[in-house]
Design a protein around this ligand. Structure first.
Ligand code: SAM
Length: 324
């Protein structure tokens, strides 16, 4: 079991399959973002070996992310390998959904259990503006394909940005009236790359909730968390609404996560710069014992929480280079 020095059991690993993406969301990276060459990214066998090591240390829950995980070559076979790693009981993916139309069924068959699809608005023009060129129709088809394939429950993520989609939260929330989906609203967080926008155009979860309640009346609080999301419901709705208030009401004390970036670096807090390189030692012939020790040391030193309230912003990577 991997414990940090505060006694938290760390068992949830987010693996970034690539820093590359087929969109350029304005809150994630600059338009002219460059990506790492493939040789600098973990190869399939390296991802599978590290997954096995993490699983042996008690990590039983994995989420694949990026960049955009579905643009990775051989993603279906990679999912099959991760899903069949002894000890992994939960395997999900965060995706922009663009490629799910064709990949949802093969991914499900390979062992993927669930997807979270990012969709920040239901307005095609606004979607194009937020993603710089995305086609909303492809995402919608991807969500329906995921539902059809049984990648359930469907969870949708929206980052809310002042001047871009703050009023769209009402249409997004309305999706949960007739559908058993979970619509999650995420406070924008600051990283490198587009820090100015991230620090000036965020909207608090409380404010988003107010907008939704002004349309639908008071939301019913479930009193439950789903991961980091506080869960509510529109009265009589079939689905759920989640608020992820990482900036205004951090949930660090309950954090059980680690992140493995696409270039093989262990990052124990999304919003702290500290990193432990695993890929270089692996390529330089470190033993499995050495690698296990590096992971356990990294886990032990997991920061208590982020430092946004003290003005500490992680500036060594943009969001797509970490893995959301
Ligand atoms: N490409 C995939 C996607 O769009 O879901 C996976 C990677 S993306 C970085 C993962 C999640 O991070 C998405 O839901 C995205 O909206 C969110 N995200 C990106 N930049 C963010 C930021 N600055 N603050 C909060 N969430 C952010």
């Amino acid at each position: 079991m991997a414990l940090d020095r505060f006694g938290r059991k760390i068992h949830y690993l987010r693996i970034s399959l690539t820093d590359h993406c087929n969109l350029r969301c304005i809150y994630c990276m600059p338009e002219d973002q460059t990506f790492r060459p493939n040789k600098d990214l973990m190869q399939d066998n390296e991802i599978l070996l590290l997954t096995r090591l993490f699983a042996e240390l008690g990590f039983d829950k994995i989420r694949l992310t990026g960049g955009e995980p579905t643009v990775r070559a051989h993603v279906v076979e990679l999912v099959r390998g991760i899903a069949s790693t002894p000890g992994i009981r939960s395997l999900s993916m965060t995706t922009n959904g663009i490629l799910l139309g064709k990949l949802a069924a093969p991914l499900k068959e390979a062992g993927l259990q669930r997807v979270n699809v990012s969709i920040d608005t239901l307005d095609p023009q606004k979607f194009r503006r937020l993603t710089r060129w995305g086609n909303l129709d492809e995402v919608w088809k991807g969500i329906l394909a995921a539902e059809e394939a049984g990648l359930a429950p469907i969870k949708l993520n929206a980052v809310v940005v002042k001047g871009y989609n703050e009023d769209d939260v009402i249409d997004l929330a309305a999706l949960t009236i007739d559908r058993p989906w979970q619509m999650r609203f995420i406070e924008m967080m600051p990283f490198a790359g587009v820090t100015d926008l991230q620090t000036t155009q965020g909207i608090s979860a409380a404010n988003i909730q107010q907008k939704i309640e002004s349309e639908f009346g008071p939301l019913e609080a479930s009193g439950q968390y789903d991961g980091e999301a506080r869960i509510y419901r529109i009265r009589g709705g079939k689905g759920e609404i989640g608020f992820i208030s990482s900036v205004t009401v951090p949930f660090c004390s309950a954090c059980t996560r680690a992140r493995l970036t696409a270039d093989g670096v262990l990052r124990m807090c999304l919003l702290r710069e500290k990193e432990i390189d695993l890929l270089t030692p692996l390529r330089n012939g470190a033993t499995l014992e050495n690698l296990r020790a590096l992971i356990l040391q990294g886990v032990w030193e997991k920061p208590w929480g982020h430092g946004l309230a003290d003005g500490v912003i992680p500036l060594n990577r943009a969001m797509n280079q970490i893995g959301g």
